[in-house]
Each structure stands twice: as C-alpha cells, then as structure tokens.
Design a protein around this ligand. Structure first.
Ligand SMILES: O=P(O)(O)OC[C@@H](O)[C@@H](O)c1c[nH]c2ccccc12
Length: 259
C-alpha cells in the first residue's frame, strides 16, 4: 500500500536528516524562528466565502510528473499575488519530488500562510516546519495513532503552527474532531486506491459543525467543481494539479474563484 511505503520512506529520510541536523539543533532553529499565531490561520478560513489553497507540487504517485518546468518560487509568488488564501508546498522528496528548501524560500517571499505538505510521523518534522517558516502543518489521521495525533496537534500549537488535520472517511473524521481540530481537510482522493470522488468531502462536511473550518482537497478542476464546493459549505478548497498544469496561473485562479 502506497501510504505504508510513504511512511517507511519518510522514516528512513528522517534518520538521514537527523544525522545532518540533530534533534536538539533543529529544536534550537525552530526556537530561533519568530512564532506565529495559529488562530490567525483559523480565522482566515472561517471568514465568509471560500478560500483557495494553491499547491506547489512537481509530481505525485498518482499522476507521475505534473510539472516539467518547476519554477516553484515564481509559481508561489503568482499564487500569492492572485488571491490564494494559503500556499501548500509538498516537501516529500521521494514520491512528490518536494523539498523543505522550496518551502523555506517560498515562505520567505510570500504574504499568505504556507502549509507544509508532508507525511508527518515524527515531532522533528514539526520543528523543521517551524524553522523553515511554515504557518500550517498537515497531520494525516490515517498514518498516526490517537496518541501521536494528540501529541503532534499540541506541539504544532506550541510552535505557533496551525494544523490542517486530514481525514478520508467517517471514522478518521471522528478522530480529527476528537483531537479538537479547528481546520479539517477531507481528501477526495483515497490515498490507498487513488480513487477520486468530490462526493467524499460533500458527504463528510455534513457531519462536522459549520464552526469548524472544512477544506475539500484534491480532484477540483473547474469553476463548476468550485461552485459545488461552495454550495456544500466548504470553507476552503485545496487545488494542486489543475493549477500546476495551467499555463496562466492568474487566469486559472480568477476562473476558479469566479472573480
Ligand atoms: O492535485 P489535486 O488533485 O488538486 O490535489 C491537491 C491535494 O489535495 C493533494 O496533493 C493532497 C491531499 N492530501 C495529500 C496528502 C499528501 C500528499 C498530497 C495530498
């Protein structure tokens, strides 16, 4: 199963990374980075309207290479100038061709909050995220125990990072709510099978009180898709492929948001 492979690869990568920058040194780097206010992120998504998270993603296990040309900083700056509410940056190197340094550069150059999109399985990754200038981290319920979810959620807030807690089904959603998530993402793509259905986020949105911000993730391509998401009370939409493959990002964002 791909998720197991991703987790295994991430753990191997962390072992290497910790020999380059020790846990204590990474903690110190994080502590030396200005602390942000997670509530500001939550408020942003709770403001009226639908908020777009534009994703910077070179490749994925389901689509292979998405962007042959990958001027990540230009792409992020383009998103930033044209009305995204946050920018998601893939930092997973083996399957998504991401890099934490992309995030670092992007975070230093845009105004909107930046999300670290990775497979968080170790607190070290939260210190790294903070040190790189992220404002939000993704916590994927499917790869965490309840204890880990609780610990990482708490640590994220202690570091000033908001948490986007990702669920895929009803049971995972319940675990996200139980931990106290204020920003929940529901992936329309099943990370086990890669099947995509917009109905997944629509169905699960109904089970979460409207005061908890809810982001529909994956498989959103057109203005009509966005209208359906709006009609179903999504606070946010996370879009990668449709933006990464659009030659004119500004035009695509304008189209998607209908502005
Ligand atoms: O490219 P898409 O279909 O617009 O999807 C973006 C985003 O939702 C997807 O990249 C994603 C959602 N959850 C994830 C977890 C890990 C890696 C990637 C993801």
């Amino acid at each position: 199963m791909i998720l197991d492979d991703l987790v295994a690869a991430t753990k191997r990568r962390l072992q290497r990374e910790k020999t380059i920058i020790s846990v204590d040194d990474m903690k110190a780097k994080a502590a030396a980075t200005p602390t942000k206010d997670p509530q500001a992120v939550y408020d942003r998504f709770n403001a009226p309207g639908i908020h777009l998270i534009g994703e910077v993603k070179k490749a994925s296990p389901s689509k292979g290479l998405i962007a042959k040309q990958f001027p990540y900083l230009e792409i992020a700056e383009d998103y930033d100038r044209h009305g995204v509410s946050a920018i998601s940056v893939l930092t997973e190197p083996d399957y998504f061709k991401g890099d934490i340094h992309y995030l670092q550069e992007i975070a230093a150059n845009v105004n909107v909050p930046v999300l670290r999109k990775d497979f968080v399985v170790d607190p070290y990754m939260l210190y790294q995220a903070k040190a790189a200038g992220a404002s939000i981290v993704l916590l994927i319920v499917a790869i965490l125990s309840d204890q880990q979810l609780k610990d990482y959620f708490k640590l994220a807030h202690e570091l000033g990072l908001a948490a986007l807690v990702e669920a895929h089904d009803e049971q995972e959603l319940q675990r996200a709510v139980n931990v106290g998530a204020q920003l929940i993402g529901v992936n329309n793509r099943d990370l086990r099978t890669f099947d995509v259905s917009l109905n997944n986020s629509i169905k699960l949105r109904k089970l979460v009180p409207n005061k908890i911000a809810f982001v529909a993730e994956s498989g959103i391509h057109t203005r009509d898709d966005v209208k359906v998401m709006e009609a179903n009370h999504m606070n946010g939409i996370l879009i990668g492929e449709a933006l990464m493959t659009a030659p004119d990002k500004a035009e695509k964002i304008t189209q998607l948001l209908g502005v």
